[in-house]
Design a protein around this ligand. Sequence first.
Ligand code: AHN
Ligand code: ZN
Length: 326
Amino acid sequence: MTVLLLALLSACNSEGPVTDPPADAPALPALPPTPLFNPDSAYAFVAKQVSFGPRVPGTPPHTACADWMVAKLKGYGAQVIEQRATVKAFNGKELPLRNIIARFDTSSKERLLLLAHYDTRPFADKDKERPSEPILGANDGGSGVGILLEIARQLGGKKHGPGIDLLFTDVEDYGQPSGAITMDEKSIETWALGSQYFAKNPHVAGYTARFGILLDMCGARDARFYREAISMRFAPAIVNKVWRTAAAIGYGDRFVQESKYFVGTDDHLPINERLRIPTIDIIEFHEPTNGFHPSWHTHADNMDVIDPSTLKAVGQTVLESVWKER
Ligand code: AHN
Ligand code: ZN
């Protein structure tokens, strides 16, 4: 009797029977482990961009930074395609446009698109001091590019699922000054000129991709990323996939399962609207300002804002999301 009672008790405590998988279960091919995103390397890539000075289209620091990016990307084994054009800014100024596309595994017909803008805002229109001078754009511009360059370093030569195109857009941030959200159609069209150009003139005839991920302002200390409204309109399944992936690898605190409407437009809009590639925007929502980070479009957008642990949370989540895609 005592023996039976003990047996019953231990059965209640156990988590259920431990059994081997059935012998006829198909063996899944093991996925190669996801490369480790190095936050110090990404941080150094942001610092390097900032060291050129403001990357305003048509200025020498912009050219020097673009040349450095192209050399780096080629060094990691990418095929690099540049798109050059002249575009007109909202103020009538003619600007040289230079989109940079780095292609990995060009033989693969299945593609994924990762993008970020590398130009920086030509004025600090949200700053009380020196509002007509250009900003350093460590977070706004620098962070997304830094993360993508580290992803390029990790992808170089490694075979995984779909081929990857990295798109570094130009002339994203030369738009008509306005607040977020409250932008009319005409004002919206003055932003993201490089992405608009790409959507009308893709680098490969008939280009498409399974999905796209845009990185914008992904470097500030303690940054939180909410489900962004334009992304939810065009690509809710991709938002869910990426946010779930973040939680699965331990970044659920950074990627919050809540939607916020605070972005007027961004580089993902033309890609969604014209190319019909479901593309999301990973962009910080800053709770205290109910919108962008306080350094946004000010001279405070410098290296003091950038924290490697934020670069890591975003970079590892994006790497994991593309690596698990078969
Ligand atoms: C607005 O919503 C006004 N701008 C989002 C695009 C942007 C500008 N991202 C960085 N700078
Ligand atoms: Zn900006």
